[in-house]
Design a protein around this ligand. Sequence first.
Ligand code: CU
Ligand code: ZN
Length: 208
Amino acid sequence: MERVDDQTVKATVTIQKESRGEQTETIEVYQGPEAEVKEKIAAYTQSKDGEAIEIEIRKKIKVSLNAKSGTQTTGMVTLTEADGMVSLEAHINGLSEGTHAIHLHETADCSSEDGTSTGGHWNPTFENHGFWGSTDGFHRGDIGNFEADASGHGMVNFKTDLWCLDCDDPVKNIVGKAIIVHQGQDDLVSQPSGAAGARISCAGIITE
Ligand SMILES: [Cu+2]
Ligand SMILES: [Zn+2]
């Protein structure tokens, strides 16, 4: 299992108050572990009865990609949730130059040498494998392909409202899943996984 280097929640609480025709706005920011932040918000807002309260919570999970299948492919992935969107930003090193697939797989278990302990593609909607957004169906883990340069570095920037971090919806929650980088390219057609070759790097999306 990968260690989570940084798991924080940032919450902005805005309180609007009107008295004698005058509007005042107070903004409080809390940052830390989710449970702690929620406790602080509850304590703060308890005394603010009858005032307009707006709470925005930003979640962040950082995990490291560990080399698999005899490679040296490692990296860092940051997942952020804000305004109903989840962003994935990955920096990957030790790749062969060219196109590589990246997916979410079913289980955050990177213990096996070849990454197969993570299971198949995460597919909570029971659709076919395909390119993200395809009307013919796609897995909710089908992030797709990215390019690695001559120095073996690749970057992924991906954003979607079909995921969440640690929410109650099993079709959206990506906590407990794995991020897998492949040796080859996803052809976006072959079933069930795009014929992308060996699993060369793995990160479990876990919160502690
Ligand atoms: Cu995969
Ligand atoms: Zn797939």
